[in-house]
Write a protein that binds this ligand. Structure first.
Ligand SMILES: Nc1ncnc2c1ncn2[C@@H]1O[C@H](COP(=O)(O)OP(=O)(O)O)[C@@H](O)[C@H]1O
Ligand SMILES: [Mg+2]
Length: 243
């Protein structure tokens, strides 16, 4: 076990309100069964079907750690829509002994609002590369953020970062993650990217309706299906359309 992690795991404490939709979200039901979920590596991926609860879980971890629910660093205080769940109130995040120096929570859905917030604070823009994030493409602004704002000893929680990125940029992101892990940072990432999950040494936690389990990335459906498709796209399409 990698003992020096900034965030070592999460535990669900207390009873969720009986009528809460959270009782029906598979990831939350399974976390309740397990009691706690430990992190073992500086990079943890959550993978699983749409709707299984990846965003709900990582958002609650981020809010428990003090991040703004719509994204940003600890110091961000903007809110356009009160859309985050109450799960964070029932979640205990166990922290390591090291103190966190930096951090960021990034949600694909609220990246636009976060960019507007940074624009409003004019003295902040230099920490993000000097160009308004709105004057760059989604992918460019995402990379500007990672290059300029992510540092060592930080905890970075990213929800589907690949939404903004070309395959080449995903590889670039992996290089940044590698550099930042060497500088003692930790990443918790929800993703559908079969490329990203191949990050060496990362733990892939697969969320299904029945369980949360650690799996080799080569055993995920994301990897197997992508490989099968890329090996024979025409054949696969013929098969799909015939069906
Ligand atoms: N405010 C809400 N009220 C009711 N159900 C919700 C609400 N927010 C999310 N859900 C449901 O919670 C489930 C998990 O959502 P989410 O965490 O976004 O899934 P994922 O990120 O794995 O695709 C989904 O079935 C979604 O419809
Ligand atoms: Mg999601």
């Amino acid at each position: 076990m990698f003992c020096d992690l900034l965030v070592q795991g999460v535990r669900l404490d207390g009873e969720l309100p009986r009528d809460s939709y959270l009782n029906k979200v598979p990831a939350i039901r399974n976390l309740k069964k397990m009691g706690k979920l430990d992190f073992h590596q500086p990079v943890t991926f959550f993978v699983g079907e749409n709707g299984v609860g990846k965003s709900t879980l990582i958002e609650a971890i981020a809010v428990s750690l003090g991040f703004n629910p719509e994204g940003g660093s600890i110091n961000f205080h903007f809110s356009t829509e009160d859309s985050h769940s109450e799960l964070y109130r029932f979640l205990t995040v166990s922290r390591g002994v090291r103190r966190r120096k930096d951090g960021f929570f990034l949600r694909a859905e609220s990246f636009y609002n976060m960019a507007s917030y940074i624009d409003q604070l004019s003295d902040l823009i230099n920490s993000y590369g000097g160009v308004s994030l709105h004057q760059q493409s989604h992918g460019e602004s995402f990379m500007a953020l990672v290059e300029n704002r992510f540092g060592g000893n930080g905890i970075f929680i990213l929800d589907e970062p690949e939404a903004a990125l070309s395959p080449a940029r995903i590889l670039e992101l992996m290089c940044h993650i590698h550099r930042l892990v060497e500088e003692n940072s930790q990443f918790i990432i929800s993703t559908h990217s079969p490329i990203l999950i191949a990050f060496p040494g990362a733990e892939v936690l697969q969320l299904t309706k029945d369980a949360i389990s650690s799996v080799p990335y080569t055993e995920t459906e994301h990897f197997k299906l992508s490989r099968q498709f890329l090996n024979a796209p025409e054949k696969m399409c013929r098969y799909l359309f015939e069906k």
